[in-house]
Design a protein around this ligand. Structure first.
Ligand SMILES: *[C@@H]1O[C@H](CO)[C@@H](O)[C@H](O)[C@H]1NC(C)=O
Ligand SMILES: *[C@@H]1O[C@H](CO)[C@@H](O)[C@H](O)[C@H]1NC(C)=O
Ligand SMILES: *[C@@H]1O[C@H](CO)[C@@H](O)[C@H](O)[C@H]1NC(C)=O
Ligand SMILES: *[C@@H]1O[C@H](CO)[C@@H](O)[C@H](O)[C@H]1NC(C)=O
Ligand SMILES: *[C@@H]1O[C@H](CO)[C@@H](O)[C@H](O)[C@H]1NC(C)=O
Ligand SMILES: CC(=O)N[C@H]1CO[C@H](CO)[C@@H](O)[C@@H]1O
Length: 373
């Protein structure tokens, strides 16, 4: 029917159509060219920028970097699951010993257990307390594999790794957790990270930029409470979300008011995983993650289940502590943010996180150089 009608169109009409259509094509080509040109320029520009700019020299720009600059997904440099060397074994033993010592010295033993954040894999003899922003995606992935999900499924699913893992490993009761931990041969794993690096990572991820509704409300509340004072110190503060100064002021105030209900993304490790009430057998660190994870996998004989993750070469070449995902300099970032605090605030912040530093063998002395004089 349609083609029949077209055949009957007069030749004048046909010519008109042709003009119309070429005009359309012309417009399309024009916009397409413009688009490509702009894209090229943008890509070219950003390419040049990362090559030539010394980011440590332009701290003002740090707040503009979106995304997990020093985020959760820390690259794991894998060297295969080889036999753990004696140095590794000795260091891991020392870490466990240190936790026990600090628990005793600070009289933290016998506190109630927080079992909610644990994953218990009875079948593979593995117990893990999941600290957000401390390699949690790396170990969630491993738990999802242990739970029986296919790698291919995990690669394309829209569900969050946490949701999937909780389907296989629901939150254990306190009794279930204690039973599991006391089973002979079980590895009870805790992965920690330098406490302030993790704090900053959580701040940047959840509050500095516009986040999910819960964090947006919290961000507004923090700004409402602390912006006035921030303006007195820094002049005009215009950011929508809280500055690091305001965030830390909020943490300190909550702590002093006795409101110790920390958000899961910045709760002290000591409160979140209660390491003085649960005996961890392996304290892994994000800073030595590949080695420590390999140890756990070797101990449990899980090499064949977990295999090796396929990674791109860039990931493998990045170093862990000094460079973040997009090649920015973590030291420079820490300096930039901590220079917003003064010495007294740092001391107050250490009232909250000092035990984490002590218990897991990190040193906070460096931050004294970063804060305002
Ligand atoms: C590691 O320790 C074991 C015994 O504890 C010893 O037999 C072995 O030689 C050591 N290996 C190295 C490389 O020191
Ligand atoms: C942890 O292990 C130590 C030594 O094996 C033991 O003395 C202590 O009671 C255990 N603590 C808990 C909470 O199970
Ligand atoms: C990071 O830098 C420190 C000194 O600033 C150095 O000792 C360390 O080896 C570096 N780490 C990596 C993984 O490059
Ligand atoms: C990172 O920044 C710090 C402070 O600005 C600087 O001292 C250090 O050399 C930088 N490191 C790298 C690897 O660029
Ligand atoms: C931290 O490091 C400084 C030197 O950088 C040292 O003087 C201090 O004793 C260390 N603190 C702890 C608790 O190890
Ligand atoms: C890349 C970029 O955005 N650079 C800017 C960083 O901030 C300084 C000062 O605020 C600007 O001059 C740069 O253009």
């Amino acid at each position: 029917m349609y083609t029949m009608k077209r055949i009957h169109l007069g030749s004048r009409q046909k010519a008109l159509q042709c003009i119309k259509c070429s005009a359309k094509t012309g417009t399309f080509l024009f916009w397409a060219t413009l688009y490509l040109l702009v894209m090229r320029l943008t890509i070219f520009k950003s390419h040049v920028k990362t090559k030539t700019e010394d980011w440590s020299a332009v701290p003002d720009n740090y707040t503009k970097w979106l995304g997990p600059v020093i985020g959760n997904d820390v690259p794991e440099i894998e060297n295969g699951w080889s036999e753990p060397d004696n140095l590794t074994v000795a260091e891991l033993e020392q870490r466990v010993g240190r936790v026990r010592r600090v628990c005793r010295a600070r009289s933290l033993n016998g506190r109630p257990i927080n079992s909610r954040e644990f994953f218990v894999d009875h079948a593979h003899n593995l117990v893990w307390c999941n600290i957000f922003k401390a390699a949690s995606s790396s170990w969630l992935y491993k738990f999802n594999i242990l739970g029986g999900y296919e790698k291919k499924f995990l690669a394309r699913t829209r569900h969050s790794p946490l949701t999937l893992a909780r389907k296989k490993f629901p939150r254990p009761s306190e009794e279930e957790l204690e039973d599991a931990v006391n089973t002979p041969g079980v590895v009870t794993l805790l992965v920690v990270r330098e406490p302030f690096v993790r704090l900053l990572s959580a701040f940047r991820d959840k509050l500095e930029n516009i986040g999910p509704p819960y964090y947006r409300r919290l961000a507004r509340a923090i700004v409402a409470e602390h912006r006035e004072r921030a303006k007195k110190i820094f002049g005009n503060v215009r950011s929508y979300g809280p500055t690091f100064y305001e965030f830390v002021a909020h943490l300190i105030k909550s702590h002093k008011d006795g409101r110790n209900a920390y958000d899961e993304h910045w709760a002290p490790y000591t409160e979140f995983c209660t390491p003085c009430s649960v005996n961890f057998t392996v304290i892994a660190k994000v800073e030595t993650l590949a080695r420590d994870s390999a140890y756990v996998i070797h101990e449990l004989g899980l090499e064949h289940v977990l295999g090796r993750r396929v990674r791109d070469r860039r990931t493998r070449l990045r170093t862990v502590m000094n460079r973040s995902r997009d090649g920015k300099n973590t030291t420079a970032l820490l300096k930039y943010y901590f220079s917003q605090l003064d010495r007294e605030m740092l001391d107050d912040l250490l009232l909250i996180y000092g035990i984490d530093f002590e218990m897991f063998g990190y040193n906070s002395t460096l931050y004294r150089q970063y804060v305002r004089k």
